[in-house]
Design a protein around this ligand. Sequence first.
Ligand code: C5P
Length: 235
Amino acid sequence: MKKGERLYEGKAKILFKTDDPDLLIQHFKDDATAFDGIKKGTIIGKGLANNAISTYLFELLAKNGIKSHFEKKLSDNEMAIKNVKIIPVEVVIRNVSTGSLCKRYGIKEGIIFNRPIVEFYFKNDALHDPLMNKDHIISLGFANAEETNIIREQALKVNEILQGFFNSINVTLVDFKLEFGRFKGQVLLADEISPDTCRFWEKGTNRKLDKDRFRHDLGDVEKTYKEMMTRIVGD
Ligand code: C5P
C-alpha cells in the first residue's frame, strides 16, 4: 500500500490517502488539546501509545464480533483503516460519574451507575459538540433510525467487552467516546480507543490513567500513556 496525500488533519490524528480508494492511513500525533482546543500541548510518545492501544482494542473487539474500520497496524504511529464516511455523532458511554456529566447535573464524582448512561453529541467544533438525543440525530438527518439503533447497541456491546477486559487488568473503565462511519452499506466503529478518548481509573486507588492528567495538570502525563500501553498491550 502506497501512502498518498494528506486528506485531513485533526487535533490528534492525520489521515492520508493511499493508492487503494477503500483504505486510508491514520497517523497518531503527539499533539494534545483539551477544553475545546483552549489548552494545547505535546505528550511525547502519545501517538505511539494510542496507536498500539487502539490496535489492541480494535483487534479484541473484532474477536468479539464488533466490526470496525481497523485493518492493520503499519508502524509505530500509523494504522491502515477503511475509508469510512464518519457519522457526525459522538457517542459517550458512562459507567461512573465524572467530567461534563457532574458539571451539567451538579452531581458528585465517582457514582457507579447500575446501568450505563448513553449520550449523543453533535460532532461540530464550531458549536462545541452540543448534547443531543436520538430524535435530533434522526430528524436533523445525521443518521437514520436504523443506523442510530445500531450505533447505540454497538456502543453498549463495546462497553461490555471493554469493561471485562479492563477489569482483568485492574482498571475501571469510567467512560469513553466512540465514533462510527459508513462503509459499503455498513455502519462500522471508527476513530480510536485510547487514553485520549476514554477515562481509566486504577482499581483500589482511583488513580487517573488517561488524558485527565493532561487536562488537569496532574503530572506524570507521558509516563501514564506508557503505563497504559504496557498494561494493555504488554511489554
Ligand atoms: O468531557 P466528558 O465528561 O463529556 O467526556 C466523556 C468521555 O468522552 C471522556 O472519556 C472523554 O475523554 C471523551 N471525549 C472525547 N472527545 C470529546 C469529548 C469527550 O474523547 N470531544
